[in-house]
Design a protein. Sequence first.
Length: 336
Amino acid sequence: MIVAQALACSGELQLAKCRPWAEAHGGTLKRAPRALLLLLLTALSLPAATYYITISGLGGEPDYEQRFGMWAKDIDKILKSSPDARVETLVNATREQVRGTLAQVAKEASPQDALVVMLIGHGSYDGYEYKINLPGPDLTASELAALLDRIPAARQLVVNMTSSSGGSIEFLRKPNRVLIAATKTGTEKNATVFARYWVEALRDPAADADKNGVVSALEAFRYADKKTAGFYEEQKRLATEHAVLEDTGKGEPVRAPSPENGEGLQAAAFPLLRIGTAAAAAMNPATAQLLAKKEQLEEQIDTLKYQKASLAPEEYKKQLGALLLDLARTQEELDK
């Protein structure tokens, strides 16, 4: 509660609005552990620069190939509207491209900067190691962790939106690193829809739950998780993905971060992006209509895939092709 109020006050220009709260909680702040005070001070301003690395992997099928790349490009477009963002987007990336990009960030970034890495695509987990499926050799979670450890940015966020992504947390877990995974374990192997709603969280002003002009990692997680759960409820399907968060560096990932389970404090203090031109564009009636159509088409594609076994192969291919074409046209209109 104190963290949330401190964050809200950090955005206030009129200090009088926050003075009653500060006086009421002055004693609490004095007794707070040094680490918490440092965290609160860090939360009061965005880092000097934020490096955003978005990686989309193999699709395997035309619909996944198109949508993975589309989501990555959507993120790229949204983030580039932020003045302090340093954005690199790798679509259908190879392991060497990922290694090279992260190595370059390791040379450029300073401890005052922040790093956000987002993974989109298919993942696999054999009970021992997680991998994101890339053209050529796959990238393992342990290899990704080693690459991230070389980057001096003190605050890091990894959002793994692939299938089996829960299997990556044990390798990536580290103090001052916020981890979000689309699945609670490595055994949830079905394709995920979490990425679609994560993109929406970056665009929709409603994701800024406390209305302080900044979407935190925790706010984006809660928004995307709620939307994902709603998708399965509307489709009347058993959910095959359950997003989790871990940000203590030593705990188990949880479905619902709260003070009771000790998770979510760093995620709440991690400013993901400011609400800016991307959100304003989404509020434009014409754009809003196109975004609604896009979401409807994606839901129709997911429903069609669910019904694939009951359709003749040619009929399935025909319907899928028509939906993908309509989706591409809608995306083209949005890009204009």
